[in-house]
Design a protein. Structure first.
Lengths: 327, 327
């Protein structure tokens, strides 16, 4: 599936185009893998639009994206047939792995009762993003109040659970009552607020009687401003994403006055800076998963041709937990 | 001079009104001081408009503000006639000092060749703001590139000189060629950029060949965004003020996308949090002043009735260095 046009707003027909091409031949030093699941992430919308922390995907290129694949043929010293791998497969059914791949693939282990797709979600890059954003940047302390926006998303849901594990009061912000129910009844959030209700700011206030010490921000704009207005003096804000702005011409803006009035500390971070410590995060997340402290949910869309719809779901809020495309 | 109306935009006639009232009688435990100079600061415009880190000045109240005064009569155990003091005198000619003043007054020393008004500027709250913002929050390291906005203002001019003392490359942003000349030729800034020139962003780029490690932000909005776009990965931003938004209905907004792309750290601060350490800052600033490393300039407007004009000068940029009203 190739990017044929830079999208405006939500993805439209013709932005990403699926074609049929010959499966590449495997030469000495290469392996061929069949992609089984694609990871669907908000940041992909940024890659389609503009240079950012990675260059924009070029027009005509296979769309960049993470995936889970199985090696079906190998003349590569590191992979053998049957190996399951995760990495930047791109949005395609077959991926050729070169000796000199720019971003390495990780083999995933077979663990009883753990589905492979978890390595695209809670135990994969999304979970690892939540892990470092929370543990390394946010540093939640026992008893603090933590607010997570886009809390029912792949990263937010893990970030909130990590803050619970650290002994915090955790409040999630999400866009449906069903999501809020999932957060409080299954993931153990102390409260969840549906920002689509007219009185949501009053509910946020009620849910944070001691103010907010730490904000794990995934959304930006009006939602972020409402959380900032609840922050305690000297509070911290982890800037993970600004999904509210990704489909707009104008990027998400925010009124920064509160940052001085409340003497806040904001820090932007990217999981790419932590590549050398991925194993540390995956180990910790895996341990919490085994102990039943880390729950997850997946929204699976079937068929590569549906990938644009799956990406749009992230922006309409139709997804819950980790969104995947099954090929 | 009392606040009679919340201003819209620049101060207009009737917002602040000067009247004549009886000089208060001095009772046991009180002292009376005659105010000689008023400190004119951007934050006063915020106090007129809205609750912030301090409650808004109430309609009908004497306008809040710092000043330099001389005690002319005293039945107060801590003050004697002739003492010179700085503190929150309010915008008025006489101030009664109670035993229970909410904010204490500081007696200022007589130092040869040091004018009293310096204790409202480089050695006063403005200089102390620059000191803690730079030294405690920004922590400039030798060899780093530091950008200061509103660099010819009372705080910016001191902040930039402190960064120079720490061995940094310092670039100022200001709004006239005269201010830029003062910054580079007298204060020792390495470069200064006039943001009113059409090509100022190119000039900022040229002046920061190694990017920007630390931004001391006084302005917000478009100027801040231009500096953010020059920041190096993992750079720091000290949020001292957002003067570009103080006279507008809508507060200064900023596009935060760059904060994640560049993994920046922003921190808002207020000098009020450092009251217990003011002596430390004043001592250090005084030492630099004595060594000739800290230069200053004052814009003095004569007559209490001109105070609203003096405040407006901060927003039109007609001032340079510390702005004072001489009564």
């Amino acid at each position: 599936m190739r990017l044929m046009r830079r999208p405006k707003g939500m993805l439209a027909e013709g932005d990403l185009v699926l074609g049929e091409e010959a499966v590449p031949e495997v030469r000495e030093g290469q392996a061929l893998a069949r992609v089984k699941y694609l990871s669907v992430d908000p940041t992909m919308r940024v890659w389609m639009a503009t240079d950012s922390y990675l260059p924009a995907v070029k027009i005509g290129e296979v769309m960049r994206g993470g995936g889970l694949a199985e090696v079906i043929e190998s003349r590569h010293p590191q992979y053998k047939k049957g190996d399951k791998i995760v990495g930047m497969t791109g949005m395609q059914e077959y991926v050729l792995i070169d000796a000199q791949a720019k971003m390495p693939y990780q083999k995933i282990p077979s663990i009883p009762f753990v589905s492979d797709t978890l390595f695209l979600g809670a135990l994969g890059v999304t979970g690892i993003t939540a892990y470092f954003g929370m543990m390394d940047v946010g540093k939640p302390q026992k008893g603090e109040t933590v607010v997570v926006s886009a809390a029912a998303g792949a990263t937010g849901s893990v970030a909130g659970q990590i803050a619970k594990i650290q002994g915090c009061r955790v409040v999630g912000i999400a866009g449906t009552d069903e999501k809020c129910k999932w957060l409080t009844e299954e993931l153990g959030f102390d409260a969840a607020v549906n920002y689509k209700h007219a009185d949501w700011k009053e509910k946020l206030t009620a849910a944070t009687p001691n103010g907010v010490d730490l904000n794990f921000e995934n959304v930006g704009g009006e939602i972020m401003e409402a959380v900032l207005s609840r922050m305690n003096l000297h509070g911290r804000v982890v800037l993970c994403g600004f999904i509210s702005g990704y489909t707009k011409e104008e990027p998400a803006q925010a009124n920064l006055g509160m940052l001085i009035v409340k003497r806040l500390k904001l820090q932007g971070f990217l999981v790419l800076d932590y590549v050398s410590r991925f194993t540390e995060a995956a180990t910790e997340l895996g341990k919490w998963k085994m102990m039943g402290k880390l729950k997850d949910k997946q929204t699976v869309v079937e068929g590569l041709e549906k990938a644009p719809e799956a990406i749009n779901m992230l922006f309409t809020g139709a997804n819950m937990g980790k969104t995947l495309v099954k090929i």
